[in-house]
Ligand binder design. Structure first.
Ligand code: ATP
Length: 357
């Protein structure tokens, strides 16, 4: 891509395992999902990311068949399943609360789906051993669920769903109940397992870091619609709307009027704080860079980074974030009240084509 190109790369379109067309879901007067189209590719790890109430879980439940769409069509593996009951769809769901049977051992829990499907005991034993080994809990097969940690229970829930070899695995905030460290370990596990089994994963989360870390593509939801869908890099580096720019990490949104004064283009742009540099107020700015004067309002030490809030012209507050790579005892470079110049390279600003304010 040319370095001065502010537009996002063209997304590649490919139809795959799950296809939703014009899906709408209303609960009485409340519309939870609005005329939604979505294609999930075969073998893909797709995350549905968005704030609470944006419709992610409803879409997952519609794919699973737990919820009927008010309008629209659902295809799984090319087959129209809009009116097909959940147990006849080639999908399986992993829930946040694990939904394990408390009185059954781990091995019995994992075997349950195969038993219901009438598979022989010998078949079941071999498959269960393999599935439990896949989530690295072979040594715990004879325990009951309450004798496991949250992360172990979640892995068993995963093994139980995967053993049925669904075409698509639906995961509804499966790591939501885990503490931060365990959650990060499980994210790596989940990615490894998905790569090994090659099954399509559709994953619901409201945690942006989790979505960016795990997914081949992220669908960002807002008010029952997908605002943007793309790879982690596409949605983070080239947000198409202000909502996406603000929801995924921190963003400096430069209004069109100021952008026009700075660059000659009346286009709302977003600049990530890690791309914003702080210079002395009278520093010479390299040719081609954009800069505005401002006053330091706050300096926030976050551990790995330092975040500086700057009041610039027109009441605009900008954020600059830098890695703390200098010596740990080194003095803070700026203080509240300092006059500074805030600068960024022109091609580090992403145009928000769908935002006009
Ligand atoms: P969260 O992250 O909180 O789970 P979400 O993005 O998954 O949120 P949904 O659970 O899909 O959101 O809900 C979307 C909207 O639909 C919400 O406003 C919710 O209150 C509403 N909703 C969901 N299920 C029902 C229901 N059975 N009856 C009425 N309204 C519902």
């Amino acid at each position: 891509m040319p370095s001065s190109d502010l537009s996002a790369p063209a997304p590649t379109v490919q139809v795959g395992d799950v296809a939703l067309r014009g899906v709408t879901k209303s609960f009485g007067a409340m519309t939870a999902v609005r005329d939604l189209d979505l294609d999930v590719r075969s073998g893909e790890f797709l995350s549905m990311l968005g704030p609470s109430g944006s419709g992610k879980t409803t879409v997952l439940r519609i794919i699973a068949g737990f919820e009927d769409a008010t309008a629209g069509e659902i295809r799984i593996g090319g087959e129209d399943v809009t009116r097909t009951p959940p147990h006849l769809r080639q999908v399986n769901t992993v829930f946040q609360d694990y939904a394990l049977f408390p009185h059954m051992t781990i091995a019995e829990n994992v075997a349950y789906g195969l038993a219901v499907r009438g598979r022989s005991r010998a078949d079941r034993t071999a498959a269960v051993t393999e599935a439990i080994a896949q989530v690295r809990l072979g040594h715990l097969a004879d325990r009951l669920p309450h004798q496991l940690s949250g992360g172990q229970r979640q892995r068993i829930a995963l093994a139980r769903a995967l053993i049925l070899r669904p075409r698509v695995l639906l995961l509804d905030e499966p790591l939501g109940a885990l503490d931060k460290q365990l959650r990060e370990e499980m994210q790596i596990e989940l990615k490894r397992i998905q790569r090994e089994v090659g099954i399509t994963f559709v994953f619901v989360t409201h945690d942006q870091e989790e979505a960016l870390t795990l997914s081949d593509r992220v669908a960002v939801f807002n008010e029952g619609r997908i605002e943007q869908i793309g790879t982690a890099r596409e949605v983070y580096e080239y947000p198409q709307t202000e909502f996406v720019a603000r929801f995924l990490g921190l963003s400096n949104i430069i209004p069109a009027a100021l952008a026009e004064r700075l660059t000659g283009r009346a286009q709302v742009v977003s600049v990530r704080p890690e791309r914003v540099r702080l210079l002395d107020a009278d520093a010479t700015v390299p040719a081609g860079d954009i800069s505005v004067p401002g006053t330091v309002a706050e300096v926030v030490y976050t551990g790995p980074t330092t975040r500086v809030l700057i009041d610039a012209e027109d009441g605009l507050r900008l954020i600059s974030e830098t890695q703390n790579t200098h010596h740990p005892a080194a003095d803070v470079l700026v203080q509240r009240g300092d006059r500074v110049r805030v600068a960024w390279t022109a091609d580090h600003a992403a145009a928000l084509p769908e935002t006009t304010a």
